[in-house]
Design a protein around this ligand. Structure first.
Ligand code: SF4
Length: 354
């Protein structure tokens, strides 16, 4: 028998019966070394359950950073934190935004488009970006926002403007490694849900110094609220950011963590997709089924247009998902596109002809 631990065997067998691991069991799953056989089994089971539940489908999201300012969020891991940023302030013009939206939606296979702004954002600027995105996107692409702490009335206005969902997190060490209050972050998540918006959250930003207990405490903030998408993100050692000195976890460790997030969260009735930041093949073989193409500014990049830096484009995303064996891409209305080698090649050809 490969699995020596009865405890591990029990957790994985119960997952196949639809029972999520408890908090204490998640800590146990995260205590295994990422190179261990046990970690490989955890990743394999999460991958198998999630692919069966989704007919082996994945989704592509696009994120556009609309503006860059010195951000009062002051996050010590982020390239925009006001006390350490070297970025030059910039806002995309309407024309630049139009161009980026068109690049994302031209093949009609983008599930959702995120508009990202800093912690302090100007609502009219965001509403304008939403209008442009809606005008250029097919009905099968949802519009999402990734913005700072927000009250209920503003979320209701965003919902009226056509927004489907919100990415929001209470980060690991929020209030210690950031200037923001955990209670405000959580209140924003609750406001989004009360405004009838879908909530997408993430266990982030994970560094080598974070214990399994810290990871579990953070991942359950979203699980207990009824999220639509969960995810895991490792902290990138952005040059110049104060936490860069701690280094990074490996993609293999990140894949183990996302597998545990998947096992713990896929029993939430509203939960549909599992993300990973940044995209990597090990995580797509461990339960993750969301990939994000990025353009404009990006908190993990010192290039003010991440499409020219760390960010992946749509073709990179399609190719990585195909290489990882997914059979379908889902559009934002859950309709399916067969993800074949021919489809991936055709998209490359179309892009080079445009
Ligand atoms: S992570 Fe977000 S809130 Fe924090 S400094 Fe960066 S842009 Fe601001």
């Amino acid at each position: 028998m490969l699995i020596k631990s009865d405890k591990l065997k029990g957790i994985l067998e119960r997952a196949y019966e639809g029972k999520a691991p408890t908090r204490e069991e998640c800590v146990y799953l995260l205590e295994f070394e990422e190179t261990s056989m046990e970690s490989s089994m955890i990743r394999a089971v999460s991958n198998d359950i999630i692919r069966r539940n989704s007919e082996n489908s994945a989704i592509i999201l696009g994120q556009i950073g609309v503006d860059i300012t010195k951000c009062p969020g002051g996050c010590k891991f982020c390239t925009f934190g006001e006390d350490h940023t070297a970025m030059v302030e910039k806002r995309l013009t309407d024309e630049e935004l139009r161009q980026k939206v068109k690049e994302f939606v031209q093949m009609g296979d983008l599930y959702g488009l995120y508009l990202m702004m800093m912690h302090d954002y100007e609502l009219p600027v965001l509403l304008n970006a939403i209008n442009i995105s809606k005008e250029l996107s097919p009905k099968t692409t949802q519009i999402w926002v990734n913005i700072g702490d927000t009250d209920l009335d503003t979320f209701k206005e965003l919902k009226k403007a056509g927004v489907t969902g919100v990415y929001h997190v209470c980060r690991i060490n929020e209030g210690v490694d950031t200037k923001l209050k955990p209670e405000d972050r959580i209140a924003t998540m609750d406001n989004a849900l009360e405004a009838d918006l879908e909530l997408y959250t993430c266990l982030e930003p994970i560094g080598p110094e974070h214990t399994p207990q810290m990871l579990v405490d953070n991942m359950f903030i979203g699980i207990e609220r009824g999220i639509y998408q969960h995810a895991a993100m490792r902290r990138v050692a952005v040059p110049g950011s104060p936490l860069a000195k701690y280094g990074q976890i490996s993609n293999l460790r990140l894949a183990q963590i996302v597998a545990v997030v998947g096992l713990a969260s896929f029993m939430v009735p509203t939960m549909a997709y599992l993300g990973i930041h940044e995209p990597n093949e090990l995580s797509y073989a461990s339960g993750s089924n969301i990939i994000t193409a990025e353009s404009g500014c990006n908190p993990r990049d010192t290039n003010n247009d991440t499409a020219k830096g760390r960010g992946m484009d749509m073709n990179d995303c399609r190719k990585m998902l195909w290489e990882c064996g997914f059979d379908y891409l889902r559009r934002g209305d859950e309709s399916k596109i067969a993800l074949t080698k021919e489809y991936v090649d055709q998209c490359f050809t179309n892009q080079s002809e445009n």
